[in-house]
Design a protein around this ligand. Structure first.
Ligand code: AIR
Ligand code: ASP
Length: 270
């Protein structure tokens, strides 16, 4: 990919589209208050408004349980804009998400939720830990999507868990688990179609959900090349974090390509 092109789409939105951010003159932008949580790739802040948090996307990357560390230039802004694009698409599809608005290329306003410490993974094609654990041949397409749950717990190294574990730990009720499965499959249908239209196979992905004060559960976190495996349909080229995990090269280019091909490069407003 040409370098100027790369630079232009990786450049922060604020530098490119002055006066084209959210924040009309009527409503002022929410201001960051306390840092509520800092993860490996994101920070979440409270704001001067009770009903909004700000989620900031970082360029830092980790893999293999934090043992591999690095920086992917422009990743924060790609993941923020791609997530915004996909959350908006999912909302049209009827999926409730925490996304409210894009503030700038690296930050979005979100609804406050309490994250349920269960990572919901959906797989359409064999890759990653599934290949390692069960010996599937990488690239094998499943007749039906596979759903897996992982306990989001760093000290335990995010172990695989089943419905009974989740209920025993009181992380979710039976009805909530049924909802998580249904919603994950619904998201899979929507995103498979979305990426398919861009000539990309959605191999697998990870979702996180959160609880609202009223007890309802909505989709949270991010949906990006950090959390999805995305393969070019024609060439099979990996366009996701596996390029970083396995030192495949062209890492920044792959993220930039996903930004472009999803149409997320133009993301600025609701
Ligand atoms: N994932 C899991 N934990 C963190 C992330 N981002 C995502 C991976 C991959 C899917 O979940 O990015 O898309 C399955 O990962 P794995 O390693 O279990 O094969
Ligand atoms: N679990 C995440 C990944 O592999 C990050 C990490 O392991 O540090 O993408």
């Amino acid at each position: 990919m040409h370098c100027d092109f790369l630079r232009s789409i990786l450049q922060p939105l604020t530098e490119r589209t002055e006066g084209d951010q959210m924040g009309s003159s009527i409503e002022s932008l929410p201001q960051k208050r306390a840092l509520l949580h800092e993860g490996k790739a994101k920070k979440v802040y409270t704001t001067d408004r009770d009903d909004l948090f700000i989620q900031e996307f970082k360029d830092s990357a980790t893999a293999f349980d934090g043992t591999k560390k690095g920086t992917i230039a422009g990743k924060g802004s790609v993941n923020c804009r791609v997530s915004a694009k996909l959350f908006k698409y999912l909302q049209k599809w009827g999926v409730k998400t925490h996304f409210v608005d894009l503030l700038n290329a690296n930050e979005m306003t979100i609804l406050p939720v309490k994250i349920i410490p269960v990572e919901v993974v959906v797989r359409n094609i064999a890759a990653g830990s599934l290949v390692k654990r069960l010996g599937f041949e990488e690239g094998r397409r499943f007749p039906l999507p596979i759903i897996e749950f992982y306990f989001k717990n760093d000290s335990l190294h995010d172990p695989l868990m089943n419905d009974d574990h989740i209920r025993a730990m009181e992380l979710a009720t039976a009805a909530e688990l049924a909802f998580l499965r249904r919603e994950a499959l619904n998201v899979n249908d929507a995103l498979t179609e979305f990426f398919g239209n861009a000539g990309i196979d959605l191999v697998d992905f990870k979702l996180e959900f959160g609880r609202r004060p009223d007890g309802s559960i909505i989709l949270a976190d991010e949906i990006s090349p950090d959390t999805c495996r995305l393969w070019d349909r024609k060439t099979g080229k990996k366009l996701d974090k596996d390029r970083f995990r396995f030192d495949l090269g062209d890492v920044e280019q792959a993220y930039a390509e996903i930004l472009e091909r999803t149409g997320a490069a133009d993301e600025s407003k609701r």
